[in-house]
Write a protein that binds this ligand. Structure first.
Ligand code: PLP
Length: 386
């Protein structure tokens, strides 16, 4: 089946009299009449559910669907993207190791490494993952590698194919945060990553109405991730799983529209007053132009950023003039939103650290939605007009 059809059907097997849309099963616990039967289900030798923290039918459907789309053996759905990252990292590196990670990591991931993993004995080496010499050096002696498919907010695309080959060569497990691309536009396991995770809060859910995460990998790695998720109680609740699967059903069409709209908005922004630079992987000036076209030939999703002359004041002026676009500190929803990294995703960094990453006081991140591209462009044109 093509990815478009899988997106609609993955995770379910319908038989006669099955509901076409999945029932929501909020039960915290299932009843049994036979001790041997309960024992077999609890051992995982027979299908079924017994306690909601361990498993639930809605969560299982979502896990199967994302695993199918990513081309992995198994998935584990968690209460948030951060929980997915945490259980995935500890499944791949249960004992303290050096983590080599992209220096442009999502702020929450950076905080997890600095405030939870480093005090527990892990070491971190943050590098520019678009610099393949730095990648080769960084992998030596590392016990886990972590990369995001599209960086936040400047939308650079590390060559995950080469990074995976280097990691494999050195025996370093590679975890890829594929939140920005989704399994529609890029599938890291196909190019050799060990595991892939998503903040399903973003594109998979797609409607800005749930918090969830999913990690996908081999059955062995996912068994470790699942066990930790169950022990720490970070498993996903049934309603969020049901909503996430409902959102996922339209992921393929949404990602196409997000991608088409984002490149159209990026091109239009280039000519608008006050816009110093636009960051989109497909623009000819992007350092990732060639890599992005090779790894994501169908599009790079809805994310872009731009630098506005005039700093915070100019950004505030634009925000107060928008008629449709909204300021919100998340991404991946059907609606176009902008975020201001200086006080949102990158607020924990010092001005110097932000400057080193290329994030200035005029940097605006845009999550381009699925509205008509003309309307999005018109709203930016109005908000930025002199
Ligand atoms: N990874 C990326 C790239 C993100 O953007 C986010 C959230 O913004 C996360 C992980 C964390 O996801 P969640 O907020 O669902 O825990």
């Amino acid at each position: 089946m093509k990815q478009a059809s899988r997106t609609v059907h993955a995770g379910r097997e319908l038989v006669a009299r099955s509901p076409l849309a999945p029932d929501l099963s909020p039960a915290a616990v299932h009843v049994y009449t036979d001790l041997e039967d309960y024992d077999a289900v609890a051992r995982g030798e027979r299908p079924g559910h017994y306690y909601g923290r361990n498993s639930n039918s809605n969560r299982a459907m979502l896990e199967r669907a994302v695993a199918d789309l990513e081309g992995g053996e198994e998935g584990v759905a968690t209460a948030s993207g951060m929980a997915a990252l945490y259980v995935a990292m500890l499944a791949l590196a249960p004992k303290p190791v050096t983590i080599v990670a992209t220096r442009e990591l999502y702020g929450g991931t950076l905080a997890l490494i600095r405030q939870d993993l480093e005090p527990a004995g892990y070491e971190a080496n943050f590098i520019d993952m678009t610099d393949l010499d730095a990648v080769r050096r960084g992998m030596d002696g590392a016990g886990l590698a972590l990369v995001e498919t599209i960086t936040n907010p400047l939308c650079r695309v590390p060559d995950v194919e080469v990074i995976a080959a280097v990691a494999r060569d050195r025996g370093v497990p590679l975890l890829v945060d594929n939140t920005f691309a989704s399994p529609i536009l890029f599938r890291p396991l196909e190019v050799g990553a060990t595991a892939v995770m998503h903040s399903a809060t973003k594109y998979i859910g797609g409607h800005s109405d749930l918090i969830a995460g999913v990690v996908v990998g081999t059955a062995e790695a996912m068994s470790a991730a699942r066990a930790r998720s169950v022990r720490t109680g970070s498993t996903l609740g049934p309603f969020e799983a049901w909503l996430a699967l409902r959102g996922l059903r339209t992921l393929e069409v949404r990602m196409r529209r997000h991608s088409d709209n984002a490149i159209a908005v990026a091109r239009a922004l280039q000519g608008m007053p006050g816009v110093a630079r636009v960051h989109h992987p497909w623009l000819p000036g992007s350092v990732s132009h060639d890599v992005a076209h090779r790894l994501m030939p169908e599009g790079t999703g809805g994310m872009l950023a731009f630098d506005l002359n005039g700093g915070r004041e100019a950004v505030q002026r634009m925000l107060s003039r928008f008629q449709m676009v909204r300021f919100a500190a998340s991404l991946g929803g059907i609606e176009t939103t902008v975020s201001y990294p200086e006080i949102t995703s990158h607020r924990a960094l010092s001005p110097q650290e932000r400057a080193e990453l290329g994030v200035g006081s005029g940097t605006v991140r845009v999550s381009v939605g699925i509205e008509a591209a003309e309307d999005i462009v018109a709203d930016f044109a109005h908000a930025l007009s002199e």
